[in-house]
Design a protein around this ligand. Structure first.
Ligand code: ADP
Ligand code: DP6
Ligand code: CO
Length: 361
């Protein structure tokens, strides 16, 4: 008896130009293009195993050891069904001897090694890993951009986690979404000095999910309309150029401005949404002061903060400053003893990060 099983893993990505708003909620088509850096280290990733078997009764997902129901017509079902369709069209219809995996139910088990639904982009790594594991199981001859079209329908930000390095999600213009996918802006090796320091301020599940929060913003915020028409297009072009030129000053300035504007449109939503808390704001003040001193001394910025839909800070910086920033955070936000064994610099290739935990209120 053959066993049909495959495992894949995907890291989170943290946006510098934020995706916030859908023009089509079913297909998950965004109101603006976005750009992110995929973190390549072991501490923030999803690992997913998929298995197909003729004896399975229905598709199931176990997430972090608990049954996560797959709703008919929901996002998980959309991704799974699309991958089964591609299995049939691209593999089984072409090769009569290929096992008919598209007709079997799948059992999927996924594990996040970091807090789920806490504003650390678990939906991004989660759906990217799910799509990758099924594509591997079904032996699909698909490119990362093609798979990103499917991951996008699980969670918008997931389309960007199919690539490492610097990644853009082109919003596209077509109604069927066929031109709304992720593309590589530059590989990680183009600017390997980039580091991300992740400060876990609170790892609890957020109050307003990204999905419902952004929909409310689309419905009620006038500032969002200004942002998508007059701000994001230029920022996308400028930050892409900054990445190509490895210009950290421009990269940092645009990243911080876009984080600020994303949280401003959240506040401009009716009723308003607050994702940052007082610790988040204190970290912003610290980075602003750190950059002010750096600018005075060297003429350059040293750090860029950015916040997703939660209070946790991600600080982009170049390798030479990473240690100093971690020490600065430790100095101003003393850590609880219990977390100390988790402070370690990540090794290996990629955009390295250090998770500083212990801010839980
Ligand atoms: P986050 O800020 O963590 O991305 P979201 O509200 O955007 O939070 O998404 C969280 C949801 O993403 C979870 O409730 C779950 O439905 C889905 N998700 C998270 N991790 C996984 C995973 N590994 N596999 C499948 N789905 C996942
Ligand atoms: C603030 O991709 O989680 O992290 O598409 O509804 O699943 P859905 O939302 P999601 O939103 C991410 C919002 C963000 C910004 C970003 O990652 O670009
Ligand atoms: Co998410």
């Amino acid at each position: 008896m053959s066993v049909f099983q495959a495992t894949a893993s995907a890291p989170v990505n943290i946006a510098c130009i934020k995706y916030w708003g859908k023009r089509d909620t079913k297909l998950i088509l965004p109101t603006n293009s976005s750009l992110s850096v995929t973190l390549d280290q072991d501490h923030l990733r999803s690992t997913t195993t998929s298995r197909a078997d003729p004896s399975f009764k229905k598709d199931t997902l176990w997430l972090n050891g608990k049954d996560d129901p797959i709703k008919e017509g929901g996002r998980l079902a959309t991704c799974i069904n699309e991958l089964k369709r591609l299995r049939k069209v691209l593999v089984e219809d072409k090769d009569a001897s290929a096992p008919k995996l598209s007709t079997y139910a799948v059992h999927i088990a996924s594990y996040n090694n970091f807090p789920t639904a806490a504003g650390l982009a678990s939906s991004a790594s989660g759906f990217a890993a799910l799509v990758s594991s099924l594509a591997k199981l079904y032996e699909l001859p698909s490119t990362p951009s093609e798979l990103s079209l499917i991951a996008r329908q699980g969670s918008g930000s997931a389309c960007r986690s199919l690539f490492g390095g610097y990644v853009a999600w082109e919003m596209g213009t077509k109604a069927d979404g066929s031109d709304s996918y992720a593309v590589e802006v530059a590989p990680q090796s183009h600017w390997p000095e980039m580091h991300a320091v992740i400060c876990v301020v609170n790892d609890a599940k957020k109050g307003t999910s990204s999905t419902s929060g952004m929909q409310r913003t689309v419905e009620t915020s006038a500032l969002l309309q200004h942002r998508i028409k007059h701000v994001v297009p230029k920022r996308m072009a400028d930050i892409s150029a900054a990445i190509q030129a490895r210009d950290f000053d421009a990269f940092a300035q645009i990243t911080m401005a876009d984080s600020n504007q994303f949280h401003a449109v959240a506040l401009d939503t009716e009723p308003p949404i607050f994702y940052m808390n007082d610790v988040s704001k204190a970290i912003i003040a610290l980075i602003v002061e750190y950059n002010r001193v750096a600018l005075e001394k060297t003429g350059h910025l040293k750090a860029a903060y950015t916040y997703d839909a939660g209070p946790n800070a991600v600080i982009y910086t170049l390798q030479e400053n990473a240690k100093e920033i971690v020490e600065l955070i430790h100095k101003y936000f003393p850590q609880k003893e219990a977390f100390n064994d988790r402070f370690q610099l990540f090794g290996g290739e990629g955009v390295k990060g250090k998770v500083v935990e212990g801010f839980n209120e």
